[in-house]
Design a protein around this ligand. Structure first.
Ligand SMILES: O=C(O)CCC(=O)C(=O)O
Ligand SMILES: [Fe+2]
Length: 317
């Protein structure tokens, strides 16, 4: 472990002191540090305790974060009923929390936030195996997801292998972000349960929901979603079209030419691996260039086994 500079240690001590004195922003900062794992060691349990303190002093963002972590099991076992109870309390004074509650009230979900019913699937192709669930999400749910992502969108980059600095992504040119565990609202959590249900997987196998926005000229060139040599492979992908009405931007499977046009709220599911777990070339696909308007898409890449978003290489709190 690298030792900290005296100045950094002093800055941390100042924040800890302010937190002890009841400064809510200082408590919130400590909670964020404990979630990020920098500059203090990651401690999700402690982060939860700090958030609860911030909520008690009246911090609204802390309340929404506490709801998210309670539902998705960060720092303790997942507890949907407890998260819902916290959301109801927050909703009494906060319009954002109230909106989340209204979205949930319109959903047909059980006491754990899981879907009671799913739309009837349509098989679009057998090889590759692609299935569509029409209108899996409502327009309001799509707008909620796009709205969370809108503030966080960044151009797609990869690290320059020589210089280590970000450079343009060679395959994907859209803007994107992920809705990490601290930002996973209850409506997003419920949608993630739905995506698990249609793919026959456990919610814990999903990577944080990724959201992409393509503007004219942007595309996702032909690729496989599998990661070469990954021990915990991306076995399935769910794509959710969050809007429609743009020109171009179809999803194309190269093996058979299957071309899927976006309809807002529709989801497609496909498998990326063969029965032996190895990447399946037939799953190669592309997001064709958008010609006019903007295409919004949510992607859930689903692993073979549970995926811990807090121990991924790049955590996005
Ligand atoms: O934009 C599309 O239609 C394809 C997106 C995609 O391939 C992905 O998110 O993995
Ligand atoms: Fe893909």
């Amino acid at each position: 472990m690298t030792s900290r500079s005296a100045a950094e240690a002093e800055a941390i001590a100042r924040v800890e002191h302010a937190a002890d004195a009841g400064d809510v922003d200082a408590v919130m900062r400590l909670a964020t540090w404990r979630l990020l794992g920098a500059p203090l060691r990651r401690d999700l349990h402690l982060a939860r305790a700090l958030l609860a303190r911030a909520v008690a002093i009246g911090h609204v963002d802390a309340a929404l974060m506490e709801v998210a972590l309670t539902a998705n099991g960060s720092g303790a076992a997942p507890d949907w009923p407890a998260a819902l109870a916290l959301l109801r309390i927050a909703a009494a004074n906060d319009s954002v929390a109230a909106e989340h509650l209204a979205l949930l009230q319109a959903m047909d979900i059980d006491d754990d936030g899981r879907p009671r019913h799913l739309p009837r699937p349509e098989r679009l192709s057998g090889s590759p195996d692609v299935v569509r669930y029409p209108a899996l999400l409502t327009p309001q749910e799509c707008a909620h997801i796009a709205g969370i992502a809108a503030d966080m969108l960044e151009p797609a980059t990869v690290l320059d292998p020589v210089k280590g600095t970000p450079i343009a992504h060679p395959v994907r040119t859209s803007h994107g972000t992920v809705i990490g565990p601290a930002k996973e609202t209850l409506p997003v959590r419920a949608v993630n349960h739905r995506l698990a249900a249609i793919s026959g997987t456990a919610t814990e196998q999903g990577e944080p929901l990724a959201v992409l926005r393509y503007t004219p000229g942007q595309q996702y060139r032909p690729h496989l979603d599998t990661i070469a040599g990954a021990p915990n492979q991306r076995v399935k992908t769910v794509l959710v079209y969050l809007n429609q009405g743009f020109v171009g931007g179809e999803t194309r499977f190269l093996a058979n030419g299957l071309t899927v046009s976006a309809r807002g709220g529709d989801a497609i599911v496909f498998s990326n691996v063969l029965a032996n777990g190895q990447p399946d070339r037939r799953a190669e696909h592309a997001g064709l260039p958008v010609i006019q308007g903007a295409k919004w898409l949510a992607t859930r890449w689903i692993r073979a086994a549970p995926y811990d978003p807090w121990n991924a290489a790049a955590v996005q709190a």
